[in-house]
Design a protein around this ligand. Structure first.
Ligand code: SF4
Length: 183
């Protein structure tokens, strides 16, 4: 089956790793991609499944408060978390989660490997190791990552998660290399 050169390995990534245009106002660290992280992923020669940017697709590019960044990133992140929790219906959130889960299940059905899921630390949505709450960066997960993890657990699917951060390229690359088994 699939007798071609495809590597049967897929890395699932937060949308903004390959598109910094989607991040909230004033926090883009790069003009296009999160360069060192994106280049490393490209070098790994694995398939890339780019998750949708949940914030942009629900709250918009302005997140409903175009100058919210002036309050500070973690304060604005906390507001965004609240806006997602209070204003976005579960059905919409679940549709985004299911969009990812369906693809994971389909690839796994044919023996492909989902190498990992890469989120964005400090994000109220895609945080893996840290997120934002009560106006500060805290240990914990963003809402989207939480929901994806919960659904994977329900399905008894184990996939490693790694969190990266645009402002910490060296650490991000090191953590990602460990996930990808690269030196
Ligand atoms: S961290 Fe997630 S929600 Fe935030 S900009 Fe990136 S993809 Fe969008």
């Amino acid at each position: 089956m699939f007798p071609d050169v495809r590597g049967r390995k897929i890395l699932i990534v937060a949308h903004c790793i390959f598109n910094q245009n989607a991040v909230m106002n004033s926090v883009a660290s790069y003009p296009g991609t999160m360069e060192k992280v994106a280049n490393l992923i490209m070098d790994a020669k694995i398939g890339i499944l780019q998750m949708p940017c949940l914030e942009m697709n629900t709250l918009g590019l302005d997140r409903g408060k175009i100058e919210g960044y002036k309050d500070g990133i973690t304060v604005e992140n906390t507001r965004i978390r609240g806006a997602l929790e209070e204003n976005i219906p579960d059905k919409i959130m679940n549709d985004f989660v299911n969009y990812i889960i369906l693809q994971i299940k389909e690839y796994m059905r044919y023996g492909f490997t989902i190498v990992g899921i890469v989120g964005i630390n400090r994000s109220p949505t895609c945080g893996v190791n840290t997120t934002s709450a009560n106006g500060v960066e805290v240990e914990g997960e963003g809402i989207f990552i939480q929901k994806i993890k919960r659904e994977l657990k329900n399905l008894n699917i184990e996939i490693p998660f790694v969190g990266v951060k645009g402002s910490e390229p060296e650490k991000s690359v090191a953590d990602l290399k460990a996930l990808l088994g690269m030196k």
